[in-house]
Design a protein around this ligand. Structure first.
Ligand SMILES: [Fe+2]
Ligand SMILES: [Fe+2]
Length: 149
């Protein structure tokens, strides 16, 4: 992969992380079950550090990272505000879907990149974080669905 397409790819990942920070924050405030809200809130620093790591790597590769507070953040807030009206289960399902997309998105370059181990190792760590987030969300979703009538 040439550095231009690498920068482009990392910026798409950065946009997704910036969106995640926004909808997780909105959901953490909206979820009424304290234990679930706390767990969702605990994910936010991980997504913030993913965004920071990606921005740093993009700069190291000579690119310009997309900025927080722009279009991606706006889209993330919109996702958060729209989904929060549908309740906790719907919020968790949206979060899980996004984590599943991130896992698949990170896995491909982890598999494919041959000549940039710095980027691969960063993406590996983020992939593992997203796998942990997805697992936690699946457990909460199953528990809530059992409780539902
Ligand atoms: Fe992330
Ligand atoms: Fe995540």
């Amino acid at each position: 992969m040439n550095s231009e397409s690498m920068i482009e790819l990392l910026n798409r990942f950065l946009e997704a992380e910036l969106m995640a920070v926004e909808y997780y924050a909105i959901h953490a405030d909206a979820i009424t079950e304290p234990e679930i809200a706390e767990g969702v809130r605990a994910i936010i620093p991980a997504e913030e550090s993913h965004a920071a790591n990606l921005a740093t790597r993009i700069k190291e590769l000579g690119g310009v990272p997309v900025a927080a507070g722009g279009e991606a953040s706006r889209k993330g807030r919109e996702m958060g505000e729209e989904s929060k009206r549908s309740g906790t289960l719907a919020m968790l399902k949206l979060e899980l879907m996004q984590e599943q997309l991130a896992i698949k998105a990170y896995a491909e370059p982890v598999a494919d990149i041959v000549d940039d181990m710095v980027t691969v190792e960063m993406l590996e760590e983020q992939l593992f974080d997203e796998m942990r987030h997805a697992k936690w969300l699946k457990q909460r979703i199953i528990a809530l669905e059992k409780k539902a009538p």
